[in-house]
Design a protein around this ligand. Structure first.
Ligand code: NAD
Length: 463
């Protein structure tokens, strides 16, 4: 093949794009990936999931050392925060992982173009780099450009004191008072980080609950636990404005008093990244909120142009994008594969973690579906006792007639790891009895899943 000519050009090197590129290359295509940032890995690796999890982990260690180790007979005098080192470690984690993607591209012989990709026509992509413009020809184009933080009218972001998660992952000083706009994933995760490191944190949420979309019972219990950790929530507060005024920030909202603070984190959702992609010159109509419409094969209505990840509808989650990347490549080359959206879990990395897969009780009520519910509190689990983390519970929802598992919702220690077993169960169409009859290692947190499954049939052993 000639230079700059490929079978597939992927625009965007995030979890959706890079995984699709690797799978397509493994299946024999000549693949290129256009990414405008020097580091591959997208929002998730560079400025999202990975740095936030590094900060969540470090801030939790700090909090435990200060507040909890004493209970276990570990006395440490004068636990001090060295924020610069904490931030440096976070950067090191990011660098190691993004370089790992470079190595994977080399291993799979994927051509990397550094620059902004723009579709000129089906089969034609231009890479706009700092010093040159390169034309690339290809049979197929995959748009995997992800999303960017959404904002609100009236919020004057200055990219420093009033900013997005990108800024909130890199504050060089612990804010005295951080106001978070939005009680969603980012709000509670980054709110937790800075609370643990010593900030007063106020979360303003428009709705009458936090973590909209997750099971309401779980979200309500999570709110209580986060409040115990010192996070302050103001629900029903619709933020209408935020600006820097002299040496402080002012946040105004309907339903709550104006607040003065020193930092504001805007976390009101994300919007698909479709700007300057050349889509406007194609016969392609975007959804109202800017998403690219695709069919089950991730194909748009323009021949040879596909899209996956945050630019299409569905949860904005890295693993959903990865799943779509693999399914796209498999579909293209073999004609098979699909994504089972019912088995895509979501995790909020608070302490304790919150994890969910399948349908919530609200969704089942709305669908008029009859279900049975089994609950196991973590306090009944031996391993949770030994960990000293007994807050929360596991809830399994199973079809009343078939016993098929419809949803699993967990608030508690290592919920993010436990949920994968539930996702596998839902993937394989397991019943709650299947889980209840599976021998789980003792003592592990996973036994709580089994106990919740036993609870569905009203025959618990440890409760
Ligand atoms: P989100 O959609 O989770 O939450 C945004 C919140 O802002 C909503 O609850 C909404 O009601 C509220 N809001 C909107 N307008 C408001 C206003 N005027 N005043 C007050 N509140 C208002 O969005 P996010 O937390 O910004 O996260 C963005 C995306 O990133 C999410 O889609 C999420 O899936 C993803 N994400 C995932 C993880 C994870 O998987 N652990 C972590 C971070 C982000």
């Amino acid at each position: 093949m000639e230079k700059n000519q490929h079978d597939l050009v992927v625009i965007g090197g995030g979890p959706g794009g890079y995984v699709a590129a690797i799978r397509a290359a493994q299946l024999g295509l000549n693949v290129a990936c256009v990414e405008k940032e020097t580091a591959l890995g997208g929002t998730c690796l560079r400025i999202g999931c990975i740095p936030s999890k590094a900060m969540l982990e470090s801030s939790e260690h700090f909090w435990r050392a200060r507040e909890e180790f004493g209970r276990e007979g570990i006395r440490i005098a004068n636990v001090e925060l060295d924020l610069a080192t904490m931030l440096k470690r976070k950067e090191q984690v990011v660098t190691t992982l993004t370089r790992g993607v470079d190595l994977l591209f080399k291993k799979n012989k994927i051509t990397r173009y550094l620059g902004h990709g723009r579709i000129e026509a089906p089969g034609q992509v231009t890479v706009l780099a700092e010093k040159e413009t390169v034309s690339v020809s290809t049979k197929h184009i995959l748009v995997a450009t992800g999303s960017k933080p959404a904002t609100l009218p009236g919020i004057q972001m200055d990219g420093d004191r009033i900013g997005t998660s990108t800024e909130a992952l890199a504050y060089t000083e612990v804010p005295k008072h951080l106001v978070v706009i939005g009680g969603g994933y980012i709000g509670v995760e980054l709110g937790s980080v800075w609370r643990r490191l010593g900030a007063k944190v106020t979360i303003l949420e428009y709705l009458d609950r936090i973590l909209f979309g997750l099971d309401a019972e779980i979200a309500a219990e999570a709110k209580k636990l986060l409040e115990k950790q010192g996070l302050e929530f103001r629900l029903g507060a619709r933020v209408t404005g935020a600006r820097v005024e002299g040496d402080h920030c002012k946040v105004e909202s309907e339903g709550s008093e104006p607040i003065q603070c020193d930092r504001v984190l805007v976390a009101v959702g994300r919007a698909p990244n479709t700007e300057k992609l050349g889509l406007e010159s194609l016969p392609l109509e975007l959804h109202k909120k800017g998403f690219i419409p695709v069919n089950q094969k991730f194909a748009t209505n323009v021949d040879g142009i596909y899209a996956i990840g945050d630019v299409i509808t569905g949860p904005m989650l890295a693993h959903k994008a990865e799943e779509e990347g693999i399914a796209f490549a498999e579909q293209l080359l073999t004609g098979f594969d699909h994504v089972n959206y019912d088995a895509i879990a979501a995790v909020v990395y608070t302490q304790p973690e919150i994890a969910s897969v399948g349908q919530t009780e609200e969704q089942l009520h709305e669908a008029g579906k009859e279900y049975r519910k089994g609950v196991c509190p973590f306090r009944a689990n031996a391993r949770a006792r030994t960990l000293g983390q007994v807050e929360g519970f596991i809830k399994i929802l199973a079809d009343s007639n078939t016993d098929r598992i419809l949803g699993v919702h967990i608030l508690g220690a290592h919920a993010g790891d436990l949920i994968n077993e539930a996702a596998a169960a839902i993937s394989f169409g397991a019943s709650s009895e299947d889980l209840a009859r599976t021998c789980h290692v003792h003592p592990t947190l996973g036994e709580g899943l089994r106990e919740a499954a036993l609870a569905v049939a009203g025959r618990t052993i440890n409760l």
